[in-house]
Design a protein around this ligand. Structure first.
Ligand code: SF4
Length: 207
């Protein structure tokens, strides 16, 4: 996942977030935080998975105490149908026009993304760039995390990650229609340049 996956500054208000009500007879999403049922939210963010095929040094998903820990099993995640129905309902209720799809690595849920981007006028998908991109049309923007030159990027994101991103981009067909931009986490690069050691390898999920 990209650099945007950073913890909120200390003291910042909590954003509305989705969670699963495990006590419900069927899976159901619960909104928490500063959420108003009568408000218009023209832009929204959804985290479709906490799974990822990388284990970046700065990742808050894996940080101790993070309530968004990686699930023990893919079966612990909301299914595609429940997420899509929830998002469609929220779109109608709040007039959501733009959706930012995040993870984890959102491209690990390919069917969900393919169906989900049809719900909104504008979509942005953040990705670590090591998973093949889907051509989802010109109104779906990909934001790929690439944290500078190869040595700095790989110090943060794992050995060989930079070349994996380059291979992803090189494999795109000439008529690939979704726009792509890169995103760089400047603060962490500065830390890497000071020789800050990377975290030890963490358990990685299969794609
Ligand atoms: S690519 Fe994966 S491990 Fe790296 S920051 Fe994003 S979610 Fe975390």
């Amino acid at each position: 996942m990209p650099a945007a996956n950073s913890p909120l500054p200390r003291g910042a208000p909590r954003l509305p977030s989705l969670s699963v009500d495990a006590a419900a007879p069927t899976a159901r999403a619960v909104l928490t935080g500063h959420y108003r049922t009568d408000a218009r939210y023209p832009a929204a963010i959804v985290n479709v998975t906490n799974r990822c095929n990388l284990a970046c040094e700065h990742c808050f998903i894996y940080r101790e105490g993070n309530p968004n820990a990686e699930p023990a099993s893919v079966h612990d995640e909301l299914c595609d149908r429940d997420i899509l129905e929830t998002l469609e309902g929220l779109r109608e209720r709040h007039g959501i026009l733009s959706m930012l799809w995040m993870g984890g690595e959102p491209l690990l849920r390919r069917t969900l993304l393919t169906d989900g981007v049809r719900l909104f006028a504008n979509n942005t998908i953040t990705t670590n760039g090591t998973v093949p991109l889907l051509d989802l049309g010109p109104r779906v923007l990909y934001v790929i995390s690439i944290d500078g030159p190869e040595d700095l990027n790989d110090a943060l994101r794992g050995s060989g990650t930079y070349q994996r991103v380059m291979r992803t981009l090189a494999r795109l067909p000439d008529d690939f229609s979704s726009p792509i931009q890169a995103q760089c986490r400047v603060r962490t690069i500065a830390a890497a340049m000071r020789g800050r050691p990377t975290r030890s390898a963490r358990r990685r999920c299969a794609r």
